[in-house]
Design a binder for this molecule. Structure first.
Ligand code: F6R
Length: 263
């Protein structure tokens, strides 16, 4: 795991955005795995800016989102499809027919999960998967106890996740308790994984993901098995890491090496 500790949430978004920008410059036909939630919003804004300045194009890009609430139509204001349209897709030159979000309103959700896996495979797999992390260590909606090699499936949300996401729903609005999510195994199949986390509320989850034992009780700890996982966090989210000075030292050395190589 590469652990990158930066001064501010703004620096986290910039570092994450540059990974995607480099990918799109190198491979315009990229397949990107995307996430919702508060954390990636600033990164999406940077991708929008880069697109509007013609630095990158999404014309040939395909995207797969991690998850969706089960029971919400794509035009529901709290659906993740709606979120993605608002936060990214409506503002870039992407062909929306190649932006995929698990179908929360599928009449047969179990079949829809298998089809989602098949579609990702037919696209050639995901080049970079963007992730946030829940306070309980979830990635996607893979809640604690999720199988570390699980595939896309219907998942029940924990009360903690329901409470954390209640901020997006008005008081009298129906809030789903079920989701469709890529599995941890699906995420691990991506060529590269970029997990962003900011703020002290994520410090314990980051500690367990990076330095804890690999365990289904912290789904993000499965990334310890990934050959190209980058964890980009601010100081507040890094606060509980025992080896944080070492991670900073490694990152300085990496940057020196990249500068020598002219990157
Ligand atoms: C969203 C997702 C979730 C979030 C996580 C963190 O698609 O899969 O795992 O990444 O709940 O959410 P925020 O960023 O709102 O703290």
């Amino acid at each position: 795991m590469q652990v990158v500790i930066l001064d501010s949430p703004e620096a986290v978004a910039e570092y994450g955005a540059q990974i995607f920008i480099r990918q799109l410059k190198k491979q315009p036909h990229s397949v990107l795995g995307l996430a919702t939630g508060s954390t990636p919003v600033a990164l999406y804004q940077k991708l929008i800016d880069a697109n509007q300045k013609n630095e990158i194009s999404f014309r040939d890009v395909t995207t797969y989102n991690l998850d969706e609430y089960l029971g919400l139509e794509g035009d529901h204001p709290q659906s993740y499809r709606h979120f993605m349209n608002q936060q990214l897709f409506d503002h870039i030159d992407i062909d929306k027919t190649r932006t995929y979000v698990p179908p929360g309103s599928a009449s047969n959700p179990i079949q829809a999960c298998d089809e989602y896996e098949q579609m990702i495979a037919a696209s050639g797999g995901i080049n970079i998967q963007l992730l946030g992390i829940g306070r309980n260590g979830h990635i996607g909606f893979n809640e604690p106890s999720s199988g570390l090699l699980s595939r896309t499936r219907v998942k029940t949300l924990t009360q903690e996740t329901i409470d954390d996401n209640a901020r997006f729903f008005s008081e009298d609005e129906y809030q789903p308790h079920l989701s469709i999510t890529m599995g941890i195994g699906t995420i691990l199949d991506s060529q590269q994984v970029v997990l962003l986390a900011t703020g002290s509320s994520k410090a314990d989850a980051i500690y367990r993901a990076v330095e804890g034992p690999m365990s289904a009780s912290c789904p993000a700890s499965a990334l310890q098995m990934h050959q190209n996982a980058v964890i980009v966090i601010d100081e507040a989210a890094a606060a509980n890491l025992e080896h944080r000075e070492f991670y900073k030292h490694i990152e300085r050395e990496n940057q020196k090496l990249l500068a020598q190589l002219g990157n």
